[in-house]
Write a protein that binds this ligand. Sequence first.
Ligand code: GDP
Length: 197
Amino acid sequence: MQIKSAEFVMSNSDVAKCPKSMLPEYAFIGRSNVGKSSLINMLTHRKSLAKTSGRPGKTQLINHFLINKNWHLVDLPGYGYARVSKSTKKVFQKFITAYFSQRKQLVTAFVLVDIRHEPQPIDLEFMQWLGENGIPFSIIFTKADKLKPKAIDNHVEKYKHVLLETWEDMPNYFVTSSSKEIGKDDVLNYIDELNGN
Ligand code: GDP
């Protein structure tokens, strides 16, 4: 898929106020610093699209971008645990779970993880939550330029090993690097396919 246009639509913290349009939507999420803004800018071939909504608090907002006038790319804030009062139970921030539970336009989520790190509990728990709630997702490994091919394979294998303890199949995954433009076409072509092209 060629990106012909990419425009900022709106930011808000309330899923009920997200665009009413029924265009298919793809959400990008991960811990802060995982390389999400860089990845979005690489995919859309824009220097700072993911920052056009840049103002304090942006990280706690749901940011919609209209791509090629026919689908939405959604930049979600980094996830973390929100503590439930008087309980040790951990849950993800409310508006992130609200977004995934309520947004009918969502086709799939892309969960970003830094390829250099061992599988982290919060990422695994988030994927678990998505799976249990029937929300389709793929994994995007970021910063692949930081590792040699063999180490990349090792890290992907570790993820497979951990995920296959719980799930029957490994989710779709992509190995990317925004600095070296790796994986761009794979992700865009996957979205194109899901859009029925
Ligand atoms: P975000 O907080 O998830 O939006 O992450 P950013 O896109 O702002 O990136 C966080 C840091 O990682 C920045 O210093 C980026 O320059 C760096 N970074 C992001 N993507 C890559 C990548 O593909 N390769 C390398 N080497 N560094 C990256």
